[in-house]
Design a protein around this ligand. Sequence first.
Ligand SMILES: Nc1ncnc2c1ncn2[C@@H]1O[C@H](COP(=O)(O)OP(=O)(O)OP(=O)(O)O)[C@@H](O)[C@H]1O
Length: 468
Amino acid sequence: MNRPPFGSDPSSGVSVLGRNSETTPQFSDPVMIPRIELCVEREAGKATERVVVLEGELFRIGSHASNDLVITDPRVSRFHCRIARGVGGFRILDTGSLNGSRIGGVRVRDADLPLPECRIELGESIVRVRELHATASADVPGAPSFGSIFGASLGMRRLFELLKRVAKTDANVLIEGESGTGKELIATEIVRRSPRANKPLVIVDCGAISPNLIESELFGHVRGAFTGAERNRIGAFEAADGGTVFLDEMGELPLDMQPKLLRAIASREIRRMGENQSRKVDVRVIAATNRRLEREVNLGRFREDLYYRLSVVTVRVPPLRERIEDIPLLVNCFLAALEATDKAHLFTADVLSEMSRYDWPGNVRELRNYVERRVVLETEAPSFRDEEEDASPSSERPGPSAGAVDIEVPFKTAKDTMIDQFERAYLAALLAWSDGNVSRAARKAQLDRMYLHRLLQRHGLRRAGALE
Ligand SMILES: Nc1ncnc2c1ncn2[C@@H]1O[C@H](COP(=O)(O)OP(=O)(O)OP(=O)(O)O)[C@@H](O)[C@H]1O
């Protein structure tokens, strides 16, 4: 999708995309960035005073040396908790710590920080958090896009600034975000702007490959390595030599594969299955996950050393519900991509306002599907409530009728919309049949369980896509 130029139409809630206009909205006023100060008042039971100021989007606290605030306390987990910017404030998220995080004696898992001042209790340590005066930042880009990624919210524009810096380096990157927030888009955009742009980019979806095939997928095999290995095959790392491997759904990588991946990253060597000889490879790794890997590390389900190698830079993509101000811009972009800017009247100010109250469990992907559906069905003044009901797993909405075609809509758009509607209807009925049990549903539909899981996340029919 190219960056769309904007015009405006007072009759609709979104600005209409004028194809010949040169103007793109820019945010030229200095942006005020809220800041907080963290002071370690007590560490492992002893009084102390160490102060740090949170300037970025994400701040990790724990006993592991890679945290932004390292606390040396045997009762503090390696990745204990994190503080992130949220809507109009800051949130604390406990990342599966053993002894918990408390504020005022109350255990918190995911909560707004009660500012202007509060104290977080971690093990035998106390961190005081204090709100500081917001400062003007020159670091927030004015343009509400980064290549094909769009977002006008402060969170997204700060993300673009980070991506710009990350893209120029050769550092491994870990992209965290719920399903449908644009992680793959971000990975592709980083690669496009990196020194490896003209080298191969190989994408491996760790969640969609069965555990017994993943080693061959990543590192290849030689003939006879296992039953069915009839010829030599190179894996993703060799295919990407000199370029980049994008490991999607990193949290699904089986534990026994993790040391092999670590070796490939740390010593830049791989070994094809069934072969003794090692081969040198030069690959940048970008990984994405919709699970909290810190939590997986604390629980012993993900190797700490691999996490450390992968998360040289961590990029957190906020869910759409935390940046609802992006919705009008995204609607515009999708209308432009569909060559349907003349349908902007379907998105009145009232519709947009209803859309901003919806939770968007399927994030930007769900929003794009919603826009496509409205365009194809040409629903006049749609009530967003209908959509919410349609999205519920118990919905019995019938699938599209094969006869209902509109040749005014481009073939690909119409086909994608039909498939999308079919998938939603099928999955909703399947889940209703299995009482929400995904394994039973997968057996019934003869689908791979992981694949079904991803389909459900994609359609916003499962909260499991949420970072947990
Ligand atoms: N900020 C954005 N601007 C424009 N399009 C976006 C944006 N974010 C996501 N999209 C679109 O939403 C869809 C989903 O994006 P993508 O596949 O990158 O998400 P994801 O986080 O990798 O999802 P999953 O975890 O399910 O693989 C794509 O069509 C993508 O182009």
